[in-house]
Write a protein that binds this ligand. Structure first.
Ligand code: IPE
Ligand code: IPE
Ligand code: MG
Length: 245
């Protein structure tokens, strides 16, 4: 029998974890590899993170894979990232489906090649009844773009000003039906939000680690959740109010 170290699982687990998977380029650079090798290593790493989320009882995982700003990178890298998304769907979809993962997409698919767009939509359709873990893939996602789209639709629908509430706005976002993230993790030591879930993350807890995304493993995730479980979420109230809720 393999001896497995007994470890404490976190006490209070976030329902929804969102991740800014950053540092693939620097991970590759440090090894003298091309940046795309870092992106490939980053997607390889996702498998164990998804499995760990299921193990820890996380219900929703949102991953930032390509931002609206990432179009500004060299063409070769942009094309490489599109290819990687395509390969990941081809390679991982059957297993994800088997594990009961429900795939969703947040962002705008219009700018993707029609074949890739179709592939994403087919994956969503295939897994729509799964309920073990909801995996939201933010691809061509931008928080400001999302809010602009919501405003456009709200105006188009002729919604009256006094009807505009937080609940109504949430209904028009890409994340409709998904609870707000409890914990947002950013790897690679950068301390910024980079246009990620700017509405939904209004009261999220943040966790930063210097680890590059391809090295962010189950143990790191466990540590992040452990730290989350020690935090007191006050939502503007006093500490004693929050403690008695
Ligand atoms: C994050 O890694 C992945 C994407 C943005 C697609 P980066 O590519 O930003 O890696 P660094 O920040 O350059 O190291
Ligand atoms: C954010 O990372 C986007 C993704 C992880 C997909 P970036 O590396 O693009 O963000 P900045 O440029 O450091 O803000
Ligand atoms: Mg980066």
């Amino acid at each position: 029998m393999i001896f497995k170290k007994q470890e404490k699982l976190p006490k209070r687990v976030p329902r929804h974890v969102a991740m800014i998977m950053d540092g693939n380029g620097r991970w590759a650079l440090a090894r003298g590899l091309p940046r795309l090798a870092g992106h490939r290593a980053g997607t390889e790493n996702l498998r164990q993170i998804i499995e760990s989320c299921v193990e820890f009882g996380i219900e929703y995982l949102t991953i930032y894979a390509f931002s609206t700003e990432n179009w500004g990178r060299p063409l070769e890298e942009v094309q490489g990232l599109m290819r990687i998304l395509e390969d990941v769907i081809d390679r991982e979809l059957p297993e994800l489906h088997k594990q009961g993962v429900q795939l969703r997409h947040i962002g705008n698919l219009d700018r993707l090649r029609p074949e890739l767009r179709q592939k994403v939509m087919d994956a969503i359709q295939l897994t729509k009844d799964n309920n073990r873990l909801v995996l939201n893939v933010a691809f061509n996602y931008g928080g400001r773009d999302e809010i602009i789209c919501a405003i456009q639709q709200i105006i188009e629908k002729g919604v009256r000003p006094e009807e505009v509430t937080e609940e109504l706005v949430s209904q028009y976002l890409y994340t409709v039906g998904v609870p707000d993230p409890d914990l947002i993790i950013r790897t690679s030591g950068e301390l910024r939000g980079s246009n990620f879930l700017i509405w939904q993350g209004a009261y999220a807890e943040w966790y930063f680690t210097p680890t590059f995304w391809p090295n962010f493993d189950r143990e790191e995730l466990r540590k992040a959740i452990e730290e989350y479980s020690q935090r007191e979420r006050r939502y503007g109230k006093t500490g004693s109010q929050a403690a008695s809720e």
